[in-house]
Design a protein around this ligand. Structure first.
Ligand SMILES: [Zn+2]
Length: 379
């Protein structure tokens, strides 16, 4: 992350030198130092403990203060707050969290936009499956799967306007992208029985996006139409086209966040190959400051040691990038001993921190483990 700070410094100096020449290069020193310190604070190099939490406008300031004080007292320093992209609500809550000593991250649903009033006025913005069904009125799996098309200029601009709204909130450390992918072509294996599903190939009803704009754009570039493919799963250009559509949104969000002196973070699938296979998400190729892979072992019928494996895999894939990895841990159903083992495995395999899903699921015994490890791991 040092590169980021150095780059910022260089660009400031460069602008300064163009405007008034090298001799007066210190003109902007105060402002640039302040800005650099802010970014430096955000990317501080100590083992971080985060938690995701959802907000609602009805909850009182006092109740928020108590929630945040509890996190801080137990070693959690970063809170990812989902306000449903409500920048006003985020602006209300952020100072309360900051006062308790927490860094605030603006957690948002990115490409999946359930309950989005503006998007709902534009049915054509929603992703369409290979069998012709739109997420607007026939969402896959669950009612809240309202995926937008990531290719259309209008739906993309809408998503980025929401990123910008959150990035402008004073005091926020990062914009945190969630659901930054396509709808699951394969569900986590542990969830299949719940939906009474068997997924051994890419099934048409779960394969997106086959809207007119996606097909036309792809055909213009590659002179073939995915509708004609006998088996679309094995066409590499079609796969890559979709990986790049997600990347385009992330890279644009990165520019917006940094323009507003914020960093960009995201909740992603366990490790790049798995994310690519399941949801068309290749996060090791993104411009992003920190990724928080949801290494939820129970969803995949895996054991605790898999948290170490998946963490190590992602860390290796990020080796030549400026992106940090912080392991996401799913708390419900986990004992205090298992949590301790998971955090230690994440650290041993190169994670720079761990994030818990979610704040409400953290019981006294979990908090005690976090508090104990906080001091040990940040030494
Ligand atoms: Zn589309």
């Amino acid at each position: 992350m040092e590169n980021l700070v150095v780059m910022k410094k260089k660009s400031k100096l460069f602008i300064c030198s163009i405007l008034i020449g090298f001799t007066m290069v210190s003109c902007d020193f105060k402002e640039s130092t302040k800005e650099e310190n802010l970014v430096e604070d955000i990317v501080k190099d100590e083992f971080q403990f985060w938690t995701w939490t959802s907000a609602n406008a009805k909850k009182s300031d006092e109740a928020y203060q108590q929630e945040f004080a509890k996190y801080k007292a137990n070693g959690i320093n970063d809170v990812l707050i989902n306000t449903g992209t409500d920048a006003e609500l985020l602006a209300r809550i952020t100072p309360i969290a900051k006062k308790e000593g927490l860094e605030v991250h603006a957690w948002m649903f990115t490409i999946n936009r359930p309950g989005d009033k503006i998007a709902n006025e534009h049915p054509e913005w929603f992703a369409v499956s290979r069998d012709g069904k739109s997420c607007y009125d026939e969402p896959p799996y669950v009612g809240y799967y309202k995926w937008l098309c990531p290719t259309r200029a209008e739906s993309k601009a809408h998503i980025l306007s929401l990123v910008e709204g959150l990035a402008k909130v004073e005091g926020v450390a990062s914009v945190h992208l969630d659901y930054i992918r396509y709808s699951d072509i394969y569900l986590p294996i542990g969830l299949l029985p719940k939906y009474n599903l068997k997924q051994e190939t890419e099934l048409p009803e779960f394969d997106f996006c086959y809207c007119d704009v996606c097909l036309e754009t792809f055909e213009k570039e590659h002179h073939k139409n995915p509708k004609d493919f006998e088996n679309p799963a094995i066409d590499m250009e079609w796969k890559n086209f979709r990986l790049n559509k997600v990347k385009d949104i992330v890279d644009a969000a990165y520019e917006i966040a940094h323009k507003n002196n914020k960093i960009l973070t995201a909740a992603v699938f366990p490790y790049p190959e798995m994310a690519d296979h399941m949801v068309r998400q290749r996060w090791d190729k993104w411009n992003i400051d920190k990724v928080l892979p949801m290494i939820y072992h129970g969803f995949y019928n895996e054991e605790i040691d898999w948290i170490g494996y998946a963490t190590g895999q992602g860390v290796k894939d990020l080796k030549n990038t400026n992106t940090e990895l912080h392991t996401g841990i799913y708390i419900p159903g986990m004992s205090a001993e298992e949590l301790e083992e998971a955090i230690v495995l994440a650290k041993e395999n190169g994670a720079k921190g761990v994030s818990f899903f979610d704040g409400g699921a953290l019981k006294e015994e979990h908090l005690a483990v976090i508090k104990k490890l906080k001091n040990k791991l940040t030494l």
